[in-house]
Design a protein. Structure first.
Length: 763
């Protein structure tokens, strides 16, 4: 037993840490002591021939591994008694007697703290940690070893086997944190079996030949697994046995409400922007929320489906949204917390939350007024111009990172008849000592030789040059144009924008969920436009793989290089990243977001490089919750979103106001009102939300015919806006609407629609 040192830091009731040791759950454990050098003394008389390639002479500095120790911002600094018992089990397994030890599997629901508790142990033990995330398309080359083309000393090329981050962890004594370990097939996991059983590892085909190494004594594996989530599979009894039930196999769940409340108070105070502004959560309110969450998790009717949406992490998001927006907790639960639940579970949970909390709002909005996340206050069906939204008085965004392109010497000049002068140059990107051109950069001057900064005028110049054949790709990232954003703001859109921005200010991604054409992507572009942020936009498909978003191999001058994809480049620069149709990709692709939006905000690339998200990066995903090609969200990924905003078509009164804003020629009146009410009715029929009494008199065939007809007539807001833009008056709008509803309809649908159109005055 190590003697307890004095001068310790207390980490809540469950733990304390000193420079030499740490205590969890009353048990003392030693901390790993860092080394600054390997302790070898070079013999002056020993020489190596110039044509010898010596590994010994290139020994890595032992201090380098210390960079992999988790930082304090990645861990729990408040440790409750239940958390301490988990940490004690991890520490006991990791320091047990014997040559081979340190294999832990943390099994439990998302949001209960598995990944963070693993990092907390590494931080307490001063243990370097390599974190990798598994998914269904993970291959050995992603983390274990890969074959690369390299340049030899003579200038030629050859292939070598390169160890991945997992092998590097075995060699240098790092713990390997494997998130979502049950997302990868068992036949890939067996690669760890030999190292776990014998502590030895055979690597074939290296430039040193076929070699066997002994695994470092400090190496260990900490895996995290979620129970029966979308995309997960059984890790297999053989792998489970190596962790050992009763030893390294540790089941986790949510901590008791009183402990959870104290942990929420501590974590809330560390969350941006509350940490900077000194906003604290009232312990009594935290206790109230923790008890409510425990009640709903245990509910026999909805507990099984609501647990993931009421994790400890989700509770922090929920409380933070209320503090930033000033909206009630009950209202936010319906609009941003329970969005993905089945209707019955959502309604029951919303009723319970409303009854327990009423109009309760988390205090804090006044304290952070300097942040300027305020929006116009609109009531009824009023609209306002997008530019009427309040700009932030203070910008919290950190300075963007730059890949340091340089502007090449000006190559061309173009003069226009009105006196406008355009200089055409090109930025170059450095790769391996060479510069590669990445597109055109324009600098525009007016007739008085003043530089033009008005974006609309610059775009006019770009269009003119494009017509003349000058259309070379630019760097990724741009400010959205007016034509791409919402035509105006309404009470509904302002509420959704406020929720989304609040989650983003807490450093969390946002998911905008809703039917096609309701304005999800336009909401995201509007937020980037108003905050003057650079936007990079992507769309996912059923063929999107994780490598399409992270890094890929390519040959540069005959040598293999890992190149980060545009998604990571945008996150590295601190851009706003919009991912359309997010859940068109398969669930295992979504697991990428887990590491990028955990406390460490990092992701380990296949070459071992640790990528860290820029503090200013925003990720906004959009998607429908059902429909052709839509995949279910993995529950662990879903839980990482700070808000899943329920974006619906605007209420009829708002939609009429939007159309009037788009086209003032559409004077409000009965004709326009009837047309929008017809579309709204068809949307509700298509969604199965219409009162059953309205269709009870129809036969089954008649009800199906009504639904088919309604699906064709349920035009989106985007379609209505497009019709309004080209209509000269309400009569033309109605005629175009009728045409759009009937075109492409079956004969049966037409027979149903014709009398309905007449009934609503769209004849």
């Amino acid at each position: 037993m190590v003697a307890r040192e004095t001068g310790r830091r207390q980490l809540g009731p469950g733990a304390s840490v000193g420079s030499l040791d740490f205590i969890v759950d009353g048990m003392l454990f030693p901390r790993r002591q860092s080394r600054t050098e390997h302790g070898l003394t070079r013999l002056a008389r020993h020489r190596v021939r110039a044509d010898w390639d010596s590994q010994v002479r290139r020994l890595e500095d032992p201090a380098q591994v210390d960079h992999a120790i988790p930082s304090e911002r990645e861990v729990f600094t408040y440790i409750s008694p239940t958390m301490a018992r988990i940490l004690r089990r991890i520490a006991s397994v990791s320091t047990a007697a014997g040559e081979h030890r340190g294999f832990v599997l943390l099994f439990g629901p998302t949001g209960c703290g598995k990944t963070t508790i693993a990092k907390t142990f590494a931080w307490l033990a001063n243990q370097p940690l390599t974190e990798i995330a598994f998914s269904g398309d993970t291959s050995l080359s992603d983390f274990y070893r890969s074959v690369e083309v390299v340049r030899t000393s003579g200038g030629g090329q050859s292939t070598v086997t390169v160890p991945g981050p997992a092998v590097e962890a075995m060699l240098h004594g790092k713990r390997l944190l494997i998130n979502e370990i049950n997302m990868v097939p068992a036949d890939v996991l067996v690669i760890f079996s030999q190292a776990m059983d014998t502590g030895r590892l055979v690597i074939s085909g290296t430039e040193r030949g076929n070699v066997e190494i002994e695994v470092h004594r400090d190496f260990g594996i900490i895996g995290t697994a979620n129970p029966n989530y979308v995309g997960t599979i059984d890790i297999g009894r053989a792998m489970e046995r190596r962790f050992g039930r009763g030893v390294g196999y540790i089941e986790m769940t949510f901590i008791p409400p009183d402990e959870e409340a104290a942990a929420i108070v501590a974590e809330f105070g560390r969350t941006p922007p509350f940490a900077e502004y000194g906003v604290e959560l009232e312990p009594a309110l935290a206790g109230r929320i923790a008890r409510l969450a425990a009640e709903l998790r245990a509910d026999p009717q909805v507990g099984a489906v609501i647990t993931n949406r009421l994790s400890t992490r989700a509770l922090l998001h929920w409380l933070g949204l209320s503090a930033l927006t000033g909206q009630s907790l009950a209202g936010l639960a319906e609009r941003a917390l329970l969005t993905t639940l089945p209707d019955e579970a959502r309604d029951r949970a919303a009723r319970t939350i409303g009854a327990r909390l009423g109009d309760l709002v988390v205090a804090g909005k006044a304290a952070i007024a300097d942040l300027g996340v305020t929006w116009p206050v609109l009531t009824g069906a009023r609209t306002t111009a997008v530019d009427a939204a309040t700009r932030p008085r203070r910008v919290l965004h950190a300075a963007p990172r730059s890949s340091a392109p340089v502007l090449h010497a000006i190559d061309f000049e173009r003069r226009f008849p009105d006196g406008t002068r355009v200089l055409v140059g090109e930025p170059f990107h450095r790769i391996d000592g060479r510069r590669y051109g990445i597109g055109v950069r324009l600098r525009v001057y007016d007739r008085e030789n003043r530089q033009v900064r008005d974006r609309d005028r610059i775009e006019e110049v770009e269009r003119a040059l494009r017509d003349e054949g000058v259309n070379v790709p630019h760097r990724i990232g741009r400010r959205p144009r007016r034509a791409e954003i919402l035509p105006c703001l309404t009470p509904s859109s302002i509420r959704n924008l406020a929720i989304a921005e609040a989650a983003l200010h807490m450093g969390r991604p946002v998911f905008l969920a809703g039917p096609t054409g309701c304005g999800k992507s336009s909401l995201a572009r509007t937020l980037a436009y108003l905050r003057n942020r650079s936007l990079v936009e992507f769309s996912l498909t059923g063929e999107t793989a994780k490598g399409d978003l992270t890094a890929s191999r390519r040959l540069v001058d005959g040598v293999t290089r890992w190149t980060t994809q545009a998604f990571l480049e945008a996150l590295d620069r601190g851009d706003v990243v919009l991912i359309n149709d997010y859940n068109m990709a398969y669930p295992d692709v979504h697991s990428l977001i887990n590491g990028l939006f955990d406390k460490g905000a990092s992701f380990t690339l296949p070459d071992g490089t640790r990528f860290t998200t820029h503090p200013s990066a925003w990720v906004i995903a959009t998607g429908a919750l059902e429909g052709p090609g839509v995949k279910p969200l993995n529950e662990a990924v879903e839980n990482r979103f700070g808000a899943i905003v329920d974006v619906r078509y605007p209420p009829p009164a708002e939609e009429i106001a939007i159309l009037g804003h788009v086209s003032p020629r559409l004077a409000p009146g009965p004709v326009l009102t009837n047309a929008i009410q017809l579309v709204d009715f068809c949307r509700r029929v298509a969604a199965g939300e219409v009162d059953s009494a309205l269709v009870s008199g129809l036969s089954r065939a008649g009800q199906e015919a009504l639904r088919q007809a309604a699906r064709g007539a349920a035009l989106s807001t985007a379609e209505l806006v497009a019709i309004a833009r080209v209509s000269n008056d309400a009569a033309e709008f109605t005629a175009r609407l009728r045409q759009g509803v009937l075109e492409g309809s079956s004969d049966l649908a037409r027979r149903v629609l014709e009398p309905v159109l007449l009934q609503y005055g769209v004849g």
